[in-house]
Design a binder for this molecule. Structure first.
Ligand SMILES: *Cc1c(COP(=O)(O)O)cnc(C)c1O
Length: 377
């Protein structure tokens, strides 16, 4: 056997699988590293989900509804009450997390000789979808304050002619939302060449946006090439169920149906998502509390002299540290897990319960006091 076993694709050699550290909650009890909703379902909602799954279990000998019609209808109804209007079930697609939705978009619309584009710093999974769909990846830069320089962005789109532009709004890891004029500009630029590009606005954190920040869903009627993705993993408090979805022109959904694996959404997943959607008001009920906690965390960090990016999401990027790894480590040693991600010198903390945020603040102050060279300038 040669040293090359297994015969991996050349571009995958030596690559570490993506993933934030999953540390034992018994050892590191305050887990603020993957932007989960800290509030789980109530016993009543959990019982209803379990009941729906129990019913689905009686027919698990059969394949599930391949077109998940009922779930698409329920998601369309939810979106029409959450910033969208006129969204029909044919305009909705779902998969096992919005990560799978976006991979399917790249599988359908990317490919050799085609380009996918984003603006860094941004979500670290995007280049992986492009790689896995054999699509050329290109990343422009965001401005110093992590916003998008519209003129530079338009020029880059016209130059690279991407078939897919991927942009989170709010952006991960910075928390920056895209103004509607940026979405419009990108959609117009991406419609101006052949074969044209899709603009995918990834609203994984859309429900956390601040008052006055509109959703890109509002722009769907104006732009045929606009795709808005959402997830049940964050605001919806359902990360464990793996359900993400998009709203777009029905032709986009039809194209994805060509590349999706057969019966990709299991009967258990469909039953879980439908039951959860029936309890949407409860599951989303803590979003307002989390937004208040987020704004308070931003203010507190600024008062303590840290640099903080404005956030429309359920996390905050703050810094800057000469040795961010030492600060991250100091927090872990004090039972608080946050995320070492984003531009050099910055760290990201997810918004948890009030008690968890108190633990975070205490651990952070102790850590920077102890390692005084990490004090922000
Ligand atoms: C968390 C996150 C998602 C959601 O991923 P799921 O696969 O739906 O759990 C998508 N985009 C961004 C930018 C995220 O941070």
């Amino acid at each position: 056997m040669s040293a090359a076993f297994p015969p991996l694709r050349d571009e995958l050699r030596g690559i570490e699988p993506y993933g934030a550290p999953q540390l034992d909650p018994a050892l590191v009890p305050v887990q603020l590293n993957v932007n989960e909703n800290p509030y789980g379902p109530s016993p009543e909602t959990a019982a209803d989900i379990a009941h729906a799954v129990g019913e689905a279990a009686t027919t698990l000998n059969r394949y599930p509804d391949r077109e998940f019609v009922e779930l698409r209808s329920a998601l369309a109804a939810y979106l029409n009450g959450s910033g969208g209007s006129g969204i029909t079930p044919e305009m909705v697609w779902a998969a096992n997390g919005s990560n799978e939705v976006m991979l399917q978009l790249l599988q359908a619309f990317g490919g050799p000789g085609r380009v996918a584009l984003s603006f860094a710093p941004t979500y670290s999974m995007y280049p992986e979808y492009a790689r896995d769909a054999l699509t050329e990846w290109h990343a422009g830069r965001r401005a110093e304050d992590f916003s998008l320089d519209l003129d530079a962005a338009r020029e880059l789109v016209l130059d690279k002619r991407p078939v897919v532009v991927l942009l989170p709004s709010p952006n991960n890891p910075t928390g920056t939302a895209l103004p509607p004029e940026a979405v419009t500009m990108l959609c117009e630029a991406a419609a101006s060449y052949e074969p044209g590009g899709l603009v995918v606005v990834d609203e994984a954190y859309g429900e956390f946006r601040r008052a006055g920040t509109p959703s890109a869903l509002e722009l769907l009627p104006q732009h045929r090439n606009l795709v808005v993705t959402r997830t049940m993993s964050k605001a919806f408090a359902l990360a464990g169920a793996r359900v993400g979805y998009l709203a777009a022109d029905p032709a986009v959904c039809d194209a994805i149906r060509v590349v999706r694996l057969p019966y990709h959404l299991s009967a258990v997943t469909q039953a879980t998502a439908l039951a959860a959607l029936r309890h949407a008001p409860e599951l989303l009920g803590r979003v307002d509390d989390l937004r208040v906690e987020r704004d308070a965390t931003v203010e507190w960090l600024r008062r303590e002299g840290f640099e903080v990016a404005d956030s429309d999401a359920n996390f905050v990027l703050f810094g800057r540290f000469a040795e961010r790894h030492a600060v991250w480590r100091g927090l872990v040693d004090r039972g608080v897990l946050i995320r070492e991600t984003g531009p050099d010198g910055w760290l990201r903390v997810s918004i948890g319960t009030a008690e968890e945020m108190t633990a975070f603040k205490d651990a952070l102050l102790e850590t920077v006091r102890q390692t005084s060279e990490e004090r922000p300038a």
